[in-house]
Every structure is written in C-alpha cells, then in structure tokens.
Design a protein around this ligand. Structure first.
Ligand code: 5CA
Ligand code: ZN
Length: 419
C-alpha cells in the first residue's frame, strides 16, 4: 500500500549519541545498537474507520522521534507500519453508517496520510494493509498448525474458526509482565473473547475467523487452506513484521493500550512459529491521550482531530509542537491551551531563527540530541530550544547564522519546520 510523501531531513554536522528507549517488557531503558547498522522498527498502524485524533498523532510523532534519533546517531532505519483494513470495528462502523467498508477504509487511510504528511512524520518504508497480507497470514497460521499451536473451534452453521494456543509459548506473558488475572480482566475489553465455548484456554486468541453469513451478513471473506474467512488481529502484525523485518527486530511500538493482548499475542505467535527467536528486542509504548477525563477513542467519540484543527487554520507545526510538549510515555489530557501555548512558542522560535545572529548553538545542539537519545525526551529538547530563543530574543548576538543551525536541528531531530 502507498505510504505518504517524506519530508526533507536536513543533515547535521554532528552525530547524536546512541539511543536508549524504555522497554515495557524488561521495565528498563535499553540501548539498541542495531547489529547490521540498520535499525528495524515496527509500529502498529491505524484501524481506518474514523479520522486521526490527537492520541494517534501523539503515538506516531513519538515513534517519528525514535526514527529521527536513530538517523541522527548514524543508523539507517527500516520502518514498517500496518493498516488494519479489515477488522470488527471497521466492518461494524461501515454497517452502522451504511458505507462500503472498502471505501470507508480507503477514505480514512487517505486522511491519515494527509495528516501525517502535514505533521512532517517520516513515512514507513513499507506500509502494509491487512488485506494484502492475507497470504502471509495464512502461511503463518499453517506453520503454527504444523507445530501443534493451532486448534479449531466449531461454529453452528459455518466452518470452524482457528485459535492460537497461548500455552504453546513458554514465555507467554513476558511482553506485558501481567499476571493471569490482569490479562483476563482486560482481554474482553480489547477485542478478546474469553468466554467463547470450545476454547482450550480463555486467553487463546483468534487466528482465522470463518465466514458466517448467518451471524455476520455482508462481512468480507477470502478463500484459503483454512476455509473462507478473514484473519484475526494479532496474527496480522505478527505476520507483517516477520515478513518485512525478520525476527529480533529492534522495536515493536504502539500506544500503551496495545501492551496486552495485542503485542503479547503477536510476539507469542511469532516466537512459537520460529522457536528460539525473539520477535522484537524491545517493546516501546506511548502513553494514552485523554479528552474529558477518558482515553481519546474513535469508539467513544471523545475526539480532537488533527484534520479539524488543520481545517480551522491551525499551523500543523503548532499541532506537532503541542504533542512534543508531553513526554511520550506519560498519559495526558488534551486541552485547547496546548494549542494556544504551542502557537506562542512556535512564534518565539521562528522569530529567533529569523534573526541574523543569535546565542551560541553548540551546547543547544548537544542538549537537544542528548535529550532525544535519552528515551525521546522531547520536552527537555524543547526547553533547550526555548531557552536559546529567549537568549537570542534578548539580543545575544554571539553567533552569526545561529538561526540556520537551530532550524536545521529542530527540523532533523524534532520534525519541526521553523522557516
Ligand atoms: N490497528 C490497531 C493496531 S494494529 C490499532 O490499535 N488501531 S487504532 O487506530 O486503534 O490505533 C492506532 C494507534 O494509535 C495505535 O498504536 C494505538 O495504540 C494508538 N492510540 C489509540 N488511541 C490512542 C490514545 N488515546 N492516545 C495515544 N495513542 C493512541
Ligand atoms: Zn498491530
């Protein structure tokens, strides 16, 4: 599937330090030096049934910082992102609103591309839809079946569904570190079906859902060796990541709502399919953005949309700046003042960058690159830029051409265009 256009990334005269990020699995900051020089990143993409909200944008901007920090440190980055272009929430929304599910998915994916481009988010090198990945998904399920990790669950008037047996993975639970009670409490809330009769373990997850016109009329289905049906959710990311990145890639990323079951299950499925390997070296999670006290979500409808702000004439760089003002791992509440403050800061930074001379830049470059390499600390990086702008605004003329250095830095490291 087509991604979006890449913004320019200016080269910097200095390299950034090695990058450390917080790994949910170990609970530690980990330094991930890619053995091949190429850092491999998989970030869970959207389910395209509604427009990009500030929570999605915050998550993709967070991983964009990682992409940029790795590049600043001298690595190439292979970045893969999926689009869950067939799944229950998408089909349910299409049915509820009388739209064709393919058109809905295409329209919302296109809006997402436009939003990402406006926010200067670097596109993935491979952007892969669930539908186009079905052959890989079926292949992977068949491989798991040969290894005894798959079983059929019968339906009344339809062919069997297929489930993944979590007990096939001795390390199941290692991504989230959750105990069974925690898992059971959350599983149903996040797409799981602990009470489905015929399952061997309530936590086993769906791999392949058989076509069932009596239960789900009008749902799409594809022919496969597993019968006519469609893929489950977790196997989608597992199969796409393995296909495009191999095993042991550096980072599996997404919002913290994906820690369990999604990242736990995707990792288990991959590790059972290829015994002795690790799916990802680290699992990195962005905090949840809330609105009116609750997680911003398409299903609840408490949203602030990137496209609405843009439509109201807000500079996309102010939106990006507002997101960067919060450390990616904290949960935070979206407020209109985030934008007013960001607009003001953007003006200060742009004014200072437009000055013929400004405060000395070398320590600012070092601080910004160090802050971002230290678990993507964008608020600390912004504080350094704001401080430089204040000193420049106060008439410190120590360095001719300082503004050009700072605007290159802000663009390369933070994706902020200040010109
Ligand atoms: N298609 C799946 C992932 S394979 C999915 O979760 N799609 S999504 O559209 O619901 O979310 C897209 C991304 O945005 C995911 O990484 C998710 O963790 C993140 N996300 C969703 N809501 C929020 C929020 N309120 N705050 C921060 N990130 C969020
Ligand atoms: Zn995913």
């Amino acid at each position: 599937m087509r991604a979006w256009n890449a913004p320019d990334v200016p080269g910097l005269d200095v390299s950034g330090p090695p990058v450390r990020v917080h790994d949910s699995s170990s609970g530690d900051l980990v330094e991930l030096t890619p053995p091949s020089g190429t850092a491999r990143l998989y970030v869970c993409g959207i389910t395209p049934y509604d427009a990009t909200h500030m929570g999605h944008a915050a998550t993709y901007v967070a991983f964009d910082l990682l992409n940029r920090a790795w590049r600043s440190a001298g690595h190439d980055v292979r970045y893969v992102q999926n689009v869950t272009d067939v799944d229950d929430p998408l089909l349910e929304r299409a049915t509820a609103t009388g739209q064709d599910w393919v058109e809905l998915a295409e329209r919302e994916t296109e809006l997402f591309r436009t939003d990402m481009e406006a926010l200067r988010v670097l596109p993935p090198s491979s952007y892969v839809g669930a539908v186009e990945a079905i052959p890989r998904v079926v292949e992977m399920i068949e491989g798991l079946r040969e290894l005894g990790a798959v079983y059929a669950v019968p339906n009344d008037d339809a062919p069997d569904d297929y489930y993944f047996s979590v007990t096939a993975d001795p390390t199941f639970g290692a991504v989230s570190g959750w105990d069974r009670d925690q898992m059971l409490a959350i599983f149903a809330e996040r797409g799981g079906d602990p009470d489905r009769p015929g399952k061997r373990d309530p936590l086993d997850c769906l791999l392949w859902q058989a076509e069932n016109p009596a239960l789900r009329p009008g749902d799409p289905a594809w022919d496969s060796s597993l019968g006519r049906g469609r893929p489950g959710w977790h196997i989608e990311c597992s199969a796409i990541a393995r296909d495009h990145l191999g095993s042991g890639f550096e980072v599996q990323g997404g919002g913290s709502d994906l820690v369990f079951p999604h990242h736990e299950m995707s990792a288990s499925e991959a590790q059972v399919a290829e015994p002795g390997t690790r799916f990802a070296r680290a699992y990195v999670h962005a905090g949840m953005v809330a609105l009116d006290g609750e997680k911003m979500s398409k299903s609840k409808g408490n949203l602030e949309l990137v496209s609405r702000l843009r439509g109201n004439g807000v500079d996309p760089m102010a939106i990006r700046l507002a997101l960067l003002g919060h450390h990616y791992r904290t949960d935070w509440e979206w407020k209109a003042t985030d934008i007013t403050n960001a607009v003001r800061l953007l003006g200060r930074l742009r004014d200072a960058c437009g000055s013929p001379a400004g405060a000395v830049t070398e320590p600012v470059v070092t601080e910004v690159l160090s802050a971002l390499a230290d678990d993507l600390d964008a608020p600390r990086a912004l504080a350094a830029l704001a401080n430089w702008a204040d000193r420049t605004g106060a008439g410190d003329p120590s360095e001719p051409g300082a503004g050009a250095v700072i605007s290159r830095l802000a663009d390369a490291a933070l994706g902020l265009s200040l010109t």
